[in-house]
Design a protein around this ligand. Structure first.
Ligand code: AMP
Length: 452
């Protein structure tokens, strides 16, 4: 661990500005991100707000900044909300107190003409929400050809709010030769897809949360056959109202959250809530309020949405699925066992998810105690669409439209290059890719670099 910012060999101007802010030494994410951002490589940082990530990416960017008279920006920072635009601009202004860096924030909901005017004055760094930034680029008041660095902050929230399309549009307009710097509090499937589809071999930096499990959380797990058997088990557990007083059920996606909610509704309609980013702001607030007031005792939530909300006195965290990234598990279970109270966490894993359970255990250096599957719980044979085996067409020449796999999971043509093994084998390989989920997806493409 570094003891001072001087160890980073940064400029006097930056050191003075940091000193004025009263910061003594770099935070772990700042220390980790610095050399990687300096190297020019693509980077994905897994870090929550409050870890100092803004300075984490700004410090190396500003250290490399050279004075320019050009009016076109060289750095673009995309954030999901206008509040964050304002906050990030304010922070950059403080960091650049002794530099002559021009920073501008742009976001929707206000007059675009003012922002267009400000851009003609010349800027070095533009911080913006994707929609407005794209509009400004399209009307050519924001010229992107000099951009050398793109920062995307809170990628998980960005995708949860449905900015994927705007992000892709912006990528199209940016010069391909640039450094991409991304931060996300949680690694979700959507984040992984975005990264793998758009960025070459980013280095992954994750500041592991405490390696050992928290003492006041009792963890346990069940090996369960499939989604609907998990539902049966969950219903069985939740029927014990005295034990399961206030339960937060985590699940990976909005779609599965709705699916689970529907499955639980019959038994728990009067004490159940669900929250994810497709719900309106009012609906979300009402759901949280009911849960916090103990009007409901069960809340189904996705990782991203649960992160930003304050929930009181949760007795049980149930991991309905097993997070692929062990950090997400740590975040989830950290929602219980607060304020000196003992919390309980239960993990449900299928055979397919076992490998992820193992990496969680590796991170914690702790084997989660396992419960036998209760005999009285019915094993369901019903499979979700995701669980159903894909039918592989034997004859490569007979292909009908409806047999093609889900296009959502298909990679772009350039990413699904097949090896030419000669003759029919090439076709076979291609077919296999078409019908199965791509095997290469996932963190394999990233260099895992972890801090212990
Ligand atoms: P962020 O995660 O970027 O939102 O930063 C969280 C808060 O930590 C902000 O208020 C920063 O001003 C502050 N902060 C950032 N870096 C440091 C540091 N090295 N030492 C102390 N505070 C910091």
């Amino acid at each position: 661990m570094m003891e001072s910012f001087e160890e980073l060999n940064i400029s006097r101007q930056l050191l003075n500005a940091i000193e004025d802010l009263g910061f003594v030494k770099p935070t772990p994410i700042q220390e980790e991100a610095f050399p990687v951002v300096m190297s020019g490589k693509n980077i994905v940082g897994i870090a929550q707000t409050g870890t100092g990530k803004t300075l984490g990416y700004m410090l190396p960017i500003l250290q490399q900044f050279k004075f320019s008279k050009d009016y076109k920006p060289r750095v673009i920072i995309l954030v999901p909300t206008r509040e964050l635009v304002i906050q990030v601009v304010e922070q950059i202004e403080l960091f650049t107190k002794y530099m002559s860096t021009r920073v501008l924030g742009v976001f929707g909901g206000v007059n675009i003409k003012t922002q267009m005017g400000a851009l003609t004055q010349g800027v070095d760094i533009v911080v913006g929400t994707p929609g407005r930034l794209y509009d400004l680029a399209v009307n050519r008041s924001l010229l992107l050809q000099e951009v050398k660095k793109l920062v995307i902050d809170e990628v998980d929230v960005m995708l949860d709010l449905g900015f994927r399309f705007q992000l892709n549009n912006i990528f199209e307009l940016l010069p391909p030769k640039r450094q991409n710097i991304m931060f996300s509090a949680t690694m979700t499937e959507d984040v992984e897809i975005l990264i793998n589809e758009n960025f070459i071999a980013p280095e992954l930096i994750a500041i592991s949360l405490s390696g050992t499990p928290l003492d006041n959380i009792a963890q346990s797990c069940y090996n369960v056959e499939n989604f609907y058997t998990k539902v049966n088990l969950l219903i069985h557990l939740l029927k014990d109202k005295d034990t399961y007083q206030k339960v937060l059920v985590f699940i990976d996606s909005k779609r599965n959250a709705d699916r689970l909610f529907e499955a639980l509704e019959e038994d728990f309609w009067n004490c159940l809530g669900v929250i994810h980013s497709n719900k309106s702001q009012n609906n979300r607030m009402a759901t949280i309020e009911r849960f916090n007031d103990n009007a409901t005792r069960i809340l189904v939530a996705t990782d991203v949405i649960a992160r930003g909300i304050d929930l009181d006195d949760i007795t049980h965290v149930i991991n309905f699925d097993t997070p692929k990234f062990p950090e997400n598990y740590m975040h989830r279970i950290g929602r219980t066992g607060r304020a000196e109270k003992q919390g309980q966490s239960i993990l449900m894993y299928t055979e397919n998810e076992e490998k992820w359970k193992e990496s969680i255990e590796e991170l914690m250096e702790y084997v989660i105690p396992s419960h036998p599957f209760p005999e009285e719980v019915k094993v369901s044979k019903q499979l979700t669409i995701d669980e159903q085996p894909r039918i592989i067409e034997k004859n490569p020449h007979r292909q009908t439209k409806h047999q093609a796999g889900p296009s959502f999971h298909e990679k772009k043509e350039k990413n699904t290059k097949t090896q030419n093994l000669g003759g029919g084998q090439k076709i076979k390989l291609k077919k296999a890719k078409k019908y199965k989920k791509p095997k290469t997806r996932g963190s394999k493409q990233m260099n895992m670099k972890k801090r212990k």
